[in-house]
Design a protein around this ligand. Structure first.
Ligand code: DAU
Length: 354
């Protein structure tokens, strides 16, 4: 089998992180989302992976390289425009060369991996296998309708969903999917939908199986979703210290201190991760917090939060909680008069002031 990861798309802004960046590279528990997909495919025994890229091609190639870091071989496949998930499959037809494959959307994250599901697909030689998850907001996804456990209807982002079962962004196909993708028409949003291709397979009586999974995350651009994914992943961590801890510091529960990080006169209560070359000085980092690389925390308290790279938080008296702080951000106490809040906040930012 081969793997196909879809990392094309429009180079959208992921709110509330204001910098434009490949959404597949947003870190969850200090690891880009895309890396979880590569590892999940590798762990299921597949090492030949194609990655579909678009506008943000350079960033993706920069981060993933030839795949050897992950123990896989990566081939990049360019899609000239984001014309739909089924279009991406057609663009990858030569690479897939008739092999059955796992297709993994690069902005999705399945907490417990996909190995048993790939095994199931291999063993039974289904024509297609889809994963589903119960969600509170089905109209934002492809939605499946099952009758006695069998997939009968799939609809892309329906205004009136027939169930709460969303299509998760991991699919397994044999080569019949190419016929399907070539037989459908673009949708109202002018994309060749994989959802319609699977419906075509169902209508032609191909064997399409479904499984309901738990522990799925998909970027919806919402702070709560990112914090939830961060919490779920941190919870699976074991303690690992690769950086420097000064004797006056205290590490409790599951804490990962990455290479080059320094913790001085501080308490870190896990699950938490401190990224490469970050510094935590005279501070408290509480549970479910990810501090990404090259960031400085000084004389502050933070918990249940994510801080991205090259940011600096210093001399803040009130604890910071439930927060997502972007790249190159500074949050510091000012000595300037008048005593006031001074902000320079990007698009879609939110601040909660006590
Ligand atoms: O995440 C699950 C959902 O993914 C499913 O429930 C939907 O049925 C499915 O259509 C898809 O919905 P989205 O509209 O959220 O997909 P999005 O445009 O976010 O693209 C998903 C990934 O695929 C993302 O990493 C970008 C990449 N992509 C997308 C398009 C449209 C491509 O590589 N090429 C494309 O043409």
């Amino acid at each position: 089998m081969k793997g196909l990861i879809l990392s094309g798309g429009k180079g959208t802004r992921l709110r509330p992180i204001t910098h434009t960046r490949a959404k597949q590279l947003v870190p969850v528990a200090n690891k880009p989302v895309l890396f979880y997909g590569i590892e999940a495919i590798r762990d299921s025994g597949i090492t030949d992976i194609g990655i579909v890229v678009g506008d943000t091609k350079d960033e993706i190639i920069d981060a993933v390289g030839d795949g050897s870091y992950f123990g896989v071989k990566v081939t990049y496949i360019e899609q000239e425009a984001p014309l739909g998930l089924a279009h991406a499959v057609l663009v990858a037809e030569d690479f897939l060369a008739g092999n059955p494959f796992v297709m993994y959307l690069g902005d999705n994250l399945i907490i417990n991996g996909i190995s048993p599901l790939v095994e199931e697909f291999r063993r039974n030689q289904y024509n297609a296998q889809i994963l589903l998850a119960h969600v509170p907001n089905p109209s934002q996804f492809g939605v499946a309708e099952l009758v006695e456990g069998k997939v009968v209807r799939l609809e892309e982002k329906p205004a009136e969903p027939k169930s709460d079962l969303a299509l998760v962004g991991v699919y397994m196909f044999d080569s019949n999917v190419f016929k399907a993708a070539k037989s459908i028409k673009p949708s109202d949003r002018n994309e060749l939908e994989i959802t319609d291709s699977i419906q075509w397979l169902v209508d032609q009586d191909f064997n399409v199986q479904s499984f309901v999974v738990e522990g799925w995350w998909k970027d919806t651009g919402k702070l709560e979703d990112m914090l939830e994914a961060n919490r779920m992943i941190l919870d699976t961590f074991e303690t690992r210290i690769e950086g420097k801890i000064c004797p006056r510091s205290l590490l409790e529960f599951k804490v990962v201190i990455q290479e080059g990080a320094e913790v001085e006169n501080s308490t870190i209560r896990g699950p938490a991760v401190i990224g490469k070359y970050s510094k935590v000085i005279d501070s408290y980092v509480g549970p479910f917090t990810s501090i990404y690389h090259n960031t400085v925390l000084e004389n502050c308290e933070i918990q249940h939060s994510i801080v991205l790279e090259r940011s600096r938080i210093a001399n803040i008296e009130t604890p910071i909680v439930d927060s997502l702080i972007g790249r190159n951000v500074e949050v510091t106490k000012s000595r300037l008069k008048p005593k006031a809040y001074r902000f320079m906040m990007g698009d879609s930012s939110k601040a909660g002031i006590f």
